[in-house]
Design a binder for this molecule. Structure first.
Ligand code: SF4
Length: 442
């Protein structure tokens, strides 16, 4: 809705109770998502309902799991990443069958899949236990084993409400995703999901059927939903995902939920990566993988990282003291920028020198040293403040700091501000090993 559309629904008394000078100012703030409908206490019920519906997210945020490993999907607002950004990186789930000979070993293998990318840890997010056996007791036992051996939230896959009920008795408190409500079982599945307050996947036969089924489940009072059109060929899944996202952004309510896609057509790792890669790019909320093999998961977490990184926010590390090796009070102190790529280049070159050292990345809002210098973010003032406030003065007995060679011009003022002797390091970080051996050790 535009600001003027919203204004027409307001009381127009300019009473200021919302914190804005006029109703028009409040309407404009609401249109720009800088105010909340609840701030105006004098709205009519009809106006409040209309405005709340208009300001609700196009795609509901769905949370799976509880505690620190809770994962979420939804809340997306665009069809194309370059329009703004994608918000919630699609959680990756690894499938474990209740016919597995050793579900505990499969669970532990999935737990161990953690990859360090630019200082951030990435891996899978969910484990999906599937009732292949058709036996409710076997399913419940497998869910118990998996749940006891992992902190990942679960997806419980069975179309048998009895099997889901038994599994929820074991792991309901961990808030798993129940998969799936179908035309045949949706009243029972919805009731169970509501009883345990857990999200529910809705599986249709095609898009039309899915829309109708999602409406029926929502009408029963459950709105933490995940959508599956039922398609399994890559071509059809891609078409359905695209259509669901497109309609959701047009506020077609039955499709206003995140989706789930299964890349389990083949055990061939390359095929699984290709399928899952397509679904991560367009537009799965959750992607289920056939195995926890590193050759499947690593390319996908890398792809996901690229797609879900906000292009307007450079990757940055925290601005604090980093220790390379076991530095003592005579170790060198190097400053650089907090742009991830710059920091990790410097860190790996310091590591290669085998000289234990301290690195202080200055907060440049994630831009490189020279860009930061040109933008007034890599300045003598910021470096001097970091030397004073970071605690480095308590860690070293000397007062000598090494700055990047490209910003040698900062040395005089930095010395005046900090009192530290300023040593100009190499222009390129690749020169650090030779520089430290020549200038520091000598
Ligand atoms: S509280 Fe409501 S009626 Fe009062 S100024 Fe704000 S929008 Fe207008």
């Amino acid at each position: 809705m535009t600001g003027l559309d919203i204004f027409k629904l307001l009381p127009k008394t300019n009473c200021k109770k919302c914190g804005q000078a006029t109703c028009l100012a409040f309407a404009m703030a609401l249109a720009n998502a800088k105010a909340d409908v609840g701030q105006c206490p004098d709205l009519s019920d009809t106006a409040r309902e209309t405005l709340e519906a208009a300001s609700a997210p196009q795609i509901t945020l769905v949370k799976i799991g509880a505690g620190p490993n809770e994962t979420q999907a939804g809340n997306e607002t665009v069809l194309f990443r370059h329009d703004k950004c994608f918000v919630n990186p699609a959680p990756l789930a690894v499938l474990i069958s209740d016919k597995s000979e050793n579900p505990a070993a499969e669970t532990l293998k999935a737990n161990s899949l953690v990859f360090d990318r630019l200082g951030q840890m990435h891996g899978i997010n969910l484990l999906a236990v599937q009732n292949h056996s058709g036996d409710t007791v076997v399913f419940a036992e497998t869910v118990k084993v998996v749940s006891e051996n992992t902190n990942f939230p679960l997806i419980l896959i069975s179309e048998d409400p009895l099997a889901i009920e038994k599994a929820l008795e074991i792991t309901g408190a961990k808030k798993p995703l129940v998969y799936a409500a179908t035309e045949e079982n949706y009243p029972a599945m919805t009731e169970l999901s509501r009883k345990y307050n857990v999200p529910l996947a809705v599986k249709g036969r095609d898009l039309d059927h899915l829309a109708g089924l999602a409406e029926k489940v929502a009408a029963l009072g459950h709105r933490q939903l995940v959508l599956d059109s039922g398609a399994r060929s890559v071509r059809q899944v891609l078409a359905d995902q695209t259509q669901i996202r497109r309609q959701a952004l047009r506020r077609f309510r039955p499709f206003g939920y995140p989706t789930i896609a299964f890349a389990v057509n083949s055990r061939d790792p390359l095929q699984a990566v290709v399928e899952a890669g397509v679904y991560i790019a367009k537009y799965a909320g959750i992607v289920v993988l056939p195995s926890a093999d590193p050759e499947v998961v690593l390319p996908l977490v890398t792809l996901r990282l690229n797609i879900f990184t906000d292009p307007q926010k450079p990757a940055a590390v925290d601005s604090r003291i980093y220790e390379i090796g076991s530095p003592d009070d005579s170790a060198p102190v190097l400053v650089t920028s907090n742009f991830s790529l710059t920091y990790f280049c410097v860190a790996s070159d310091v590591e290669a020198s085998r000289v234990p050292a301290y690195i202080l990345p200055i907060d440049t809002d994630g831009v490189s040293v020279l860009t930061g210098w040109a933008a007034g973010k890599f300045t003598p003032e910021r470096i001097a403040a970091m030397l004073k406030e970071s605690g480095i003065e308590d860690k070293v007995a000397h007062r000598r700091v090494i700055i990047p060679g490209g910003v040698a011009v900062l040395s005089g003022k930095l010395h005046d501000l900090s009192g530290w002797e300023v040593i100009v390091g190499p222009v390129e970080s690749s020169g650090i090993p030779a520089f430290l051996k020549r200038r520091w050790i000598a």
